[in-house]
Design a protein around this ligand. Structure first.
Ligand code: HEM
Length: 465
């Protein structure tokens, strides 16, 4: 793993660069208003007017927005050591998730814990979680059967969120979901909404004692309470049968210091991993299902593939390579509805991106939603078309134009886990039901919270196959 802390300053950067173009006062003012209504449309308009790199005040905060694949690669990969998570977005996330892997600034604890957890997420380990994923999906399909028979539309977001959380809890932490995990889900959705609002309009500060900020604190205590319960449940167990992430973290010993995780670090890592592990995946699977409902021909191709390869049996991890079209549908959904739709870094020292000066301390917003709809790389970008992901089409495109899981040393540790889960669930849902939109249903919009959510639920009609 590369050291993210070593930074070579570039003293000549200022001499061989030009300033990043900035939005006018009037545009920034319009942006302030748009942030509350349609932040994504505003940013899309800004890219059309100013190109791939511009300076903006978002919610009053100055930052540089980049949407070009090479620029994003520069920050996340080539010069990753010069860009850390000490910035507005991640400080906000840290108010809840503290220094767990995802929010950590990139210090020694992050390095050690990432190295420690990596084996849990390699292909071989993820293959072991597959039966958990299919078993829990089968339970959900069983529960949906009466609704499918009644012909009533089902709001799929809640049950799919529940499923994704159960998969993470059982696979990584060996706990069975119950009423407490439902509460966790509800509380986190509210936190996500409130932090999403804050990111769009960061006033008053999170530290203030206003009713809305107190509510965030109360919800954080609830989330912590759930993690405490999880630790208490597992603490006194003999880990013999549980070779999972919990036992790994509990027994970890740093080879250099000889010490393990402190109780605080243990609880931070668990909270961060649960949240990172279910929120993004559940949104993605909802969007996949929605796209199948909207595109009957795509759905038919998925059904044909699944029926031919599996002939009605439950999929295994090894089957997934033989279900490429279903994977392409997932890839295209992750392009259009990329759940981790924005991320941010701060320049530790002066840098130059494509001739533009990025002074020390600049906060750089990388908008993966806009990257994935960049018209130079994605013709007719808003159209849903899984054939963009045939091997030939992928090979013809710059690699960095698609990165739903990020890139560089901080890329998503759960990428294989998420891909496997999405693939298995999509296959099993396709085996069980065909799905359609209720007549006259308005299109589902997206709510750009900390993650990209379907706004106002997603009601679909299920038909038993
Ligand atoms: C479709 C599902 C998912 C998407 C789109 C996604 C996306 C991402 C992205 C873009 C990042 C990088 C953020 C940055 O560089 O600032 C990230 C990091 C991370 N993800 Fe995921 N993720 C998904 C599922 C998961 C799952 C299932 C897990 C765990 C079970 C997980 C755990 C993490 C963690 C711990 C990090 C932080 C890694 C680090 O900083 O070292 N994610 N994810």
């Amino acid at each position: 793993m590369t050291d993210t802390r070593r930074v070579d300053a570039d003293p000549a950067a200022r001499n061989r660069s030009r300033p990043v173009p900035r939005l006018s006062f009037r545009e920034n003012l319009a942006g302030m208003r748009a942030m509350r209504r349609d932040q994504l449309a505003f940013l899309q308009e800004a890219v059309r007017n100013h190109g791939d790199i511009f300076r903006i005040r978002l919610g009053g905060m100055p930052m540089v927005v980049i949407t070009n694949p090479e620029h994003i690669h520069h920050v996340l990969v080539d010069k990753h050591a010069n860009y850390d998570k000490e910035n507005f977005l991640w400080r906000t996330v840290r108010a809840i998730l503290r220094e767990g892997l995802i929010g950590n600034r990139g210090d020694e604890t992050w390095q050690r814990n990432r190295r420690l957890m990596q084996p849990t997420f390699n292909n071989a380990s993820v293959a072991r979680f597959a039966p958990n994923m299919t078993g829990l999906t089968a339970d959900m399909i069983h529960r949906w059967a009466p609704e499918a028979a009644s012909g009533q539309p089902v709001d799929v977001v809640g049950p799919l969120t529940d499923l994704a959380l159960k998969i993470v809890l059982r696979s990584l932490f060996g706990v069975e979901p119950d009423e407490r995990s439902h509460r966790f889900e509800r509380d986190f959705l509210e936190v996500n909404r409130r932090l999403g609002d804050f990111l769009r309009f960061p006033f008053p500060p999170l530290s203030w004692r206003t009713p809305s900020r107190n509510r965030i604190r109360a919800l954080t205590r609830e989330l912590d309470g759930f993690v405490r319960y999880l630790i208490d449940t597992r603490q006194h167990e003999n880990d013999g049968d549980h070779r999972d992430l919990f036992s790994l973290l509990r027994h970890a010993v740093d080879p250099v210091t000889g010490t393990g995780l402190t109780p605080e670090q243990l609880s931070n890592e668990i909270l961060a991993m649960i949240v990172a592990g279910y929120e993004t995946t559940s949104n993605s699977i909802s969007w996949v299902y929605y796209q199948l409902a909207r595109h009957p021909q795509v759905q038919q191709r998925v059904h044909d593939e699944v029926d031919t390869v599996l002939d009605g049996r439950v999929p295994t991890f090894d089957d997934l390579t033989r279900l490429p079209y279903t994977r392409m549908v997932i890839d295209e959904t992750l392009r259009l509805f990329t759940p981790a739709w924005q991320t941010m870094r701060r320049a530790v020292t002066d840098d130059v991106i494509d001739g533009y000066l990025i002074p020390q301390g600049t906060e750089v917003l990388m908008n993966l939603f806009l990257l994935h709809r960049h018209p130079d790389f994605w013709p007719d970008p808003d159209r849903f078309d899984p054939d963009r992901f045939t091997p030939a089409a992928v090979a013809a495109r710059p690699r960095h134009a698609y990165q739903p899981f990020g890139s560089g040393p901080r890329h998503c540790i759960g990428k294989h886990f998420a891909r496997t889960e999405l693939h298995l669930i999509t296959v099993m849902l396709a085996q069980a039901f065909s799905v359609s939109l209720p007549e006259g249903a308005p299109p589902v919009g997206f709510a750009p919270l900390v993650t990209l959510h379907p706004a106002g639920g997603m009601r679909l009609r299920l038909h038993r196959r």
